[in-house]
Design a protein around this ligand. Structure first.
Ligand code: HEC
Length: 166
């Protein structure tokens, strides 16, 4: 029996990725550092991923667009425009958007865990799109809103583990 959807699995995986990143640093950490590991102002345990400067800027621009789209999706749900929400998610964030975001170009630069986080995000967006479309038929937006939470958690998971450097 499948207890969790793929999206849920990635949510459980995310803290493990963070824990693994912390463990990497443990050998050079003082106990004080370890206790402060969750004090985000004092330490940064994210893995630095090197992108060429232009690609880094382009990726960050895409990221800012992602955030804007999350807001547009929430507004569409608020208006009951479920089809519009589904369309935004599928075409701007979902599996259909992979080519648009230059996945072929940036994919090889990412460590495997980051690639997986990216795929998980696109998959969660496509899953949300299905729930949003369903909401049009059932007039119950709750499963779609829950799926939007799972999608947002994929953004959070990747951000918790990785940062970009030139
Ligand atoms: C596969 C990993 C990954 C996923 C998934 C991801 N991001 Fe990011 N995002 C990053 C990285 C890496 C950075 C750069 C962080 C740094 O260098 O400090 C970033 C930066 C950002 C920034 C800051 C942009 C800037 O100008 O500095 C925003 C906003 C953002 N992401 C939004 C999102 C949203 C919204 C989602 C989900 C819909 C998302 N991201 C999904 C990896 C990801």
């Amino acid at each position: 029996m499948r207890l969790y959807s793929d999206g849920m699995r990635y949510i459980f995986l995310a803290p493990m990725l963070v824990a693994a990143a912390c463990a990497d640093h443990a050998h050079q950490a003082t106990p004080a550092h370890l206790h402060g590991a969750h004090d985000m102002s004092a330490t940064d345990t994210r893995q630095a991923v090197r992108f060429p400067p232009e690609l880094r800027l382009q990726t960050l621009a895409h990221m800012r667009e992602h955030l804007a789209i999350l807001g547009e999706i929430q507004q569409a749900i608020g208006r009951g425009a479920y089809d519009a929400a589904a369309e935004l998610a599928e075409h701007q964030l979902g599996l259909s958007s992979l080519a648009m975001h230059g996945a072929q170009e940036v994919g090889p630069l990412m460590p495997p865990g980051m690639q997986q986080a990216g795929v998980a995000m696109h998959r969660a967006a496509s899953r949300f799109a299905v729930e949003a479309t369903n909401a049009g038929a059932t007039n119950d937006p709750r499963p779609a809103i829950a799926a939007l939470g799972v999608l947002t958690a994929q953004c959070v998971a990747c951000h918790a583990s990785y940062r970009l450097v030139d």
